[in-house]
Design a protein around this ligand. Structure first.
Ligand SMILES: *Cc1c(COP(=O)(O)O)cnc(C)c1O
Length: 229
């Protein structure tokens, strides 16, 4: 198996090429290394190879890594990318820089309530179901538009953009990424401060190049860095 360092280097090269092809600045795409199911030791290895942002999907597993001595004293920037139930918010608030998967108004409300309680500000992305697959989490694009007004005014939390998990098929995925970008553009038109609403978290190991062509600002890559799960 290739080493994590060489995998990371290969992915950074692919990001650069995709950006050149799309006429984008490579600095406009952030790589989130998805370390779910992988031990803290491998997070450390990736960090030592220059990777700072990591994504976790399961609350319990995240908390164990968050407290792992191997990651102590290094400034890992954690993102929560999994499905988040309301009752788990209090265990992760303040520990992650961005929550990618808020998929209900009631979860955003709970996040807001906890942020007020802890006297902090929390950033999040709304998860959108762009494929229409029933097995996937996320709000429908129409619900996003109709609930946006109320979401913008929840205290102590800021919606920074949108996230999606696309269809397995790359051609379909690209169309879904395009839809997500257009939905973000529509939201920006009604946002009180559009300069804060700029993130598109889309693209994984199998489709991040398509996501970059369609404007991804964050790609979430797991198996191409850490190997199969
Ligand atoms: C697991 C996961 C990823 C990474 O998937 P890979 O195909 O391994 O790159 C990205 N996003 C989410 C939400 C995930 O759960």
């Amino acid at each position: 198996m290739e080493s994590i360092a060489s995998n990371l280097e290969a992915i950074r090269e692919q990001i650069n090429s995709a950006c050149i092809e799309a006429g984008r600045d490579p600095a406009s795409v952030r790589l989130i290394a998805v370390s779910k199911t992988k031990p803290a030791e491998l997070v450390r290895e990736a960090f030592d190879a220059g990777q700072v942002e990591f994504g976790e999907s399961y609350v319990q597993e995240f908390l164990e890594k968050f407290e792992d001595p191997q990651l102590e004293n290094i400034p890992v920037d954690w993102h929560f990318i999994g499905h988040l139930q309301s009752n788990k918010i209090r265990s992760i608030i303040g520990k992650v820089s961005l929550i990618h998967g808020i998929d209900k108004f009631s979860t955003a409300e709970e996040l807001s309530k906890r942020a007020v309680q802890h006297n902090l500000q929390a950033d999040y992305l709304l998860e959108v179901n762009t494929s229409g697959e029933a097995s996937k989490y996320g709000m429908s694009p129409n619900d996003v538009l109709s609930e946006a007004e109320s979401l913008f005014f929840l205290p102590n939390i800021t919606i920074r953009g949108l996230m999606t998990i696309a269809s397995y098929d790359r051609v379909a995925a690209r169309e879904e990424f395009r839809q997500l970008r257009m939905l973000l553009e529509s939201l920006q038109k009604i946002a009180p401060d559009p300069s804060k609403l700029t993130e598109l978290s889309m693209g994984m190991s199998g489709d991040f190049e398509e996501a970059i062509y369609e404007g991804a600002t964050m790609i979430r890559v797991g198996s191409a860095i850490f190997g199969w799960r």
